[in-house]
Design a protein around this ligand. Structure first.
Ligand SMILES: NC(=O)c1ccc[n+]([C@@H]2O[C@H](COP(=O)([O-])OP(=O)(O)OC[C@H]3O[C@@H](n4cnc5c(N)ncnc54)[C@H](O)[C@@H]3O)[C@@H](O)[C@H]2O)c1
Length: 299
């Protein structure tokens, strides 16, 4: 079990949407919270609302695309609230354009904010969590990372979100002896302002903030429009319950179970059938015959 009450928490992207819901619910359950966001005014509004409701929160400006900004945020959060033991690496941005029609800046931004932003956040807080004797990292990935065949024209986003899942799952092994647990939250549809505000989140090094709604290309339009949406305040207690129980994943759309099964059953059965047939004909490969880590292609 991971205790929530009394443990200091940080939420990146805490100024709106899912992050705001998590920050408020953390405070409601007794955790002091650092609300970190690239849009400081939003982080401040969330922190003010939490403090007005008898919780405890600080707002911190932070761009997760900038390692130095995360380092400063980690220092400010720790100075204000003590050792941080609950980290919600949630900041992100989206795109729904075919890969070949995206600019290099767009692709780099989507990978950087979603995947490297989580990586940098984890690396900034992990040493302190280990020193404090344990904690929990919950990264907001996406169903697009687990079911990359679901929404078309979502390639760099799906790749980044799949990367988060690999990071969280592998860290579970690395951190087993340190009392630090990890969770991948995979939203399948939560009603937030991302579509309207996405362009505002673009850091200067990827072209700077813009205006206007995120463009949803023809290919993805029908899937995006037909989605049912949870509200952030409904989903936050479900996420915290999974954190409390050290679950590896949190899902939020039960109706996606058949698609999940279909996706993985096809892949698992198809791929293992192929290699099982080869092994039946040729036998198992010899154990590391050259002693090398890689097979020498020359022979
Ligand atoms: N809403 C959904 O249906 C959905 C589905 C799958 C995944 N997600 C993921 O959930 C997370 C939260 O998104 P949301 O739906 O609440 O949208 P949102 O737009 O309300 O929240 C995103 C937050 O991240 C902040 N942010 C963006 N770039 C940042 C940066 N470089 N540094 C720090 N903060 C930054 C924004 O200011 C904003 O407050 C994202 O990682 C998103 O990819 C959302």
């Amino acid at each position: 079990m991971t205790d929530i009450s009394g443990k200091a928490a940080v939420v990146t992207g805490g100024g709106s949407g899912i992050g705001m819901g998590l920050a408020r619910e953390l405070a409601r359950q007794g955790a002091p919270v650092a609300v970190a966001d690239i849009i400081f005014e939003n982080a401040q509004k969330v922190a003010d609302a939490i403090n007005a409701a008898n919780g405890r929160a600080v707002a911190i400006r932070c761009d997760v695309c900038d390692r130095e900004s995360i380092r400063r945020m980690q220092q400010e959060a720790t100075a204000a609230l003590g050792p941080i033991q609950l980290v919600f690496a949630n900041a992100g941005a989206t795109s729904f354009d075919p890969l070949t029609e995206m600019s290099d800046d767009d692709v780099d931004w989507i990978i950087d904010v979603n995947l490297m932003g989580v990586m940098r956040t984890v690396r900034a807080f992990l040493p302190g969590m280990i020193a404090a004797g344990g904690g929990h990292i919950c990264a907001t990935a996406s169903m697009a990372g687990l079911l990359p065949g679901w929404i078309p024209a979502h390639a760099p986003y799906s790749a980044a979100k799949a990367g988060i899942i690999g990071l969280m799952m592998n860290l579970r092994l690395e951190l087993a002896g340190h009392g630090v647990h990890t969770t991948s939250y995979c939203p399948g549809g939560v009603a937030t302002g991302m579509k309207v505000n996405n362009a505002r989140y673009r850091p200067a090094k990827f072209g700077g903030p813009g205006t206007g709604e995120v463009h949803v290309g023809e290919e993805s339009h029908d899937v995006a429009a037909s989605q049912a949406f949870y509200r952030p305040e409904d989903i936050a207690p479900i996420v915290l319950n999974a954190v409390r129980n050290n679950r590896a994943f949190v899902f939020d759309h039960a109706e996606q179970r058949p698609l999940f099964r279909e996706t993985y059953a096809d892949i698992v059965e198809g791929c293992y059938d192929d290699i099982a047939a080869w092994e039946k004909e040729h036998g198992l490969p010899a154990a590391n015959p050259t002693g090398a880590m890689l097979v020498n292609p020359a022979g």
